[in-house]
Design a binder for this molecule. Sequence first.
Ligand code: NG6
Ligand code: CA
Length: 510
Amino acid sequence: MKRLVLPALPAALLCFFSACGTADQPATGESGNQQHLPNIVLIYLDDLGYGDTGAYGATALATPNIDALAAGGLRFTDGYAASATCTPSRFALLTGMYPWRVQEARILPGNAPLLIDPDQLTLPALLKKQGYQTGIVGKWHLGLGNGNTDWNGHIAPGPNELGFDYSYILAATQDRVPTVYIQNGGVVDLDPTDPISVDYQQNFPGEPTALDHPELLKLNWDHGHNNSIVNGIPRIGFMKGGQAARWVDEDMADTFLTEAREFVTDHQEGPFFLYYALQQPHVPRTPHARFAGTTGLGPRGDAIAEADWCIGELMKTLQEEGLLENTLVILSSDNGPVLNDGYVDQAVELNGSHTPWGPLRGGKYSLFQAGTRVPLIVSWPGTVLPGVSDALVSQVDLLASLGKLAGAEISGTDSQDRLDAFLGRSPEGRSELVLEATGRTAFRQGDWVLIPPHDGPAVASNVNIELGNSPDYQLYRLSDDLGEAHNLALEEPGKLQELITAYEAVVHSN
Ligand code: NG6
Ligand code: CA
């Protein structure tokens, strides 16, 4: 499939409607009518599992703010991230394109070049074109620059070249260097006399690493994560300099929340699109002291409690500004849960009876359901009626669906307009969906899921997660086997062949 490019689009692929709206069909792009377009806030967590919130059945961990959002909105039981890892999910979220179509859409190092072509159609660019003020606050993880990035100059292209008017981001992940915030392409608080260097191959002479200076660690590594030490936390990758710019991990949630609130307050005239990409509960889990120890589940539970509080605070801001009824809020996660993801943080030991994966099998990195099926909540008081939707929807559909909401019709991408499903106007979602995990794919059609044969271990031993790999086809009927316990491939040869044929037709399409 060709990437869609904005300038080439309008006639064939992107028709901008100018129709006026009705009360529940907001008016669109016609100049002067933009006040009818709702604000859009996309709250996106990192590694939050299907079962990690009260709204989705958790009892061992309290998430009152996420639960309130779900209670006042629409909770999807069958919503998916495009991938079981971060970069590909975020790629699909912003481009509306399946990530397995692009070889480079894999977990990126912190010094990777920008993964998305600035000419490609993106969600922020589309909304910007429809009159939105667009901002991203939080985790990026889609690469920056053109390669060999100079962290001391203007770092571009990045989010601002893909349609975000404002960006305040961490480049990759909290566990990857560079450990600094980047605001509109510039490192925040950079001291030019202490320039930043980043390398993912070799260390800088004299810089301490977890391997040669374990005494400097306040948090130990379990697997990976033994390169540069920043704030006593060992990271992936090597970094030198930028001392004054280095973030304080425990303050990160507050920093991003402050930025997110300010973006809302500054743009309350609307319409605005805020992509609030929280870093929790990805490793290293560093909840602020206000949250540390509060859940009894260790830093992973505490980080979720912290994220839940942040979400409540942002919702309060929307309420205080009188924006709730004109703001569509979507909450989701980039992939499924993992307990031990490389640090000795007692996530496994203190997990107790909590089930981050809910009733699903697998977790982050997995082709089983818990890899990609994630919490998905849509709230828009007065417009979206509270309830539960079993419609099959994917984050890859947000481009076309939010485009539709804003008055732009998109076709020719993997992204389907499922606006009616997202807003609860229709119980009908997709009929089929390709799932991805670290380059491997599976296929969902109706109640069925097909996992084709894949090489590799059945279980990723470091993280102790079943990956879904098998030398044989796996076929599960989710309507009565959500936990994927009974492989029906041999019992249902007709169904198996039907799904193989449909799967191959999609993955070989371009
Ligand atoms: C893995 C890291 C893991 C996490 C993940 C990315 C190791 C051993 N593991 O390579 O800790 O950073 O990448 O997670 O380094 S994601 O949610 O951003 O995809
Ligand atoms: Ca993630």
